[in-house]
Design a protein around this ligand. Sequence first.
Ligand code: SF4
Length: 380
Amino acid sequence: MWDTIEYKAKHSIDLTEEEAKWLLERQEPADLKRLYGLADEVNERLNGRVVSFIHNMNVNYTNICEYHCTFCEFKKSPTSKDAYILTFEDVKQRIDSADGELSEITFQGGLSSEVKFHEVLELLSKLREAYPQIHFHAFSPEEIDYYAWETNQSYLETVTQAKEAGMNSMCGTAAEVLDDEVRKKICWEKISSDEWCEIIKTAHHLGLPSTATILFGHIETSQHVMNHLKRVRDVQRETGGITEFIPLLFMPDKTKLGRVIDRSIDRVEYAFKMIAVSRLYFMNDIRNIQTSWVKLSWENALRSLSCGANDMSGTLYHENITREAGGENGEYTPREKFTSEIARIGKIPVERDTVYSYQKNQSTSLRESQHQFLPLDGGG
Ligand code: SF4
């Protein structure tokens, strides 16, 4: 198997799902070393020694949510003393207190009848007007589904309204694992895998790029992971609208789901494997694989840059979701630390925007072969 996989990786030939699954199941140190080395080689071919990061802020406009996802400690009931709904002034104060000009705001919230779609759109459009230079990376497919239901509209109408209010791209969150067997167990109220893909493709067709995520390290099997990766790759081959793939390691400590998972596996090693296999499976389809200092720690995130990752995520003001679930790695890191730490391991730090504009003029095998990103309705 190794000879075939190495040949394919060196010649940019797609791995089959069986080959990627086989890689994900390797345990021996010698195999892992070979896997990480191969993923690093493919990453260097696509991205050189450049490691990017973004100066961004999370705005979770409310933490009130009526869903019961078993991995989530972020959500609060409306009667909780910690429940909040942010006003324009609240968000403005946060943005104005940021260290230098922010490039991106990730704008998401819980799902609750306390917060109506028209109110969220009003908040977003006021922010858009006040901060025209900031990119608003907004709404998960789950929020779009919820607001489509609340307003009795189609996904197309709902995403169009969000775009008109100021949304520049869609968050590829709420994907969890795109396999309905897993979804029924960990987030049974959420949209199906098909609906997640449909909403992401709707955004792409409206000219809004998105990210794609996977939440791993709980009850999923390697087959579930492969089903997920295949769905993401299929979407990308259809629309070309995914800017990056973000493997999110599940933080079990304070969650209901955390009580039933196998704690004996080496979770950091699993995260490295997920990054490496994603890099090899997505090959030329998704150029950017993100690692997370918030979930893995700085030291491990830096190590993962030798396993296929090329993006260090963001400076992240107000990172609530990981912290509420028991993550201990802080909520903000200044740009200077990104620059110095990335340089310390011999890589080249580059501050990016949401859509990786710095890559646009780079001529690589990926750019030459990547599928065209074609909005169907001429949207920007
Ligand atoms: S993950 Fe999102 S939808 Fe699920 S409970 Fe938490 S806030 Fe609500």
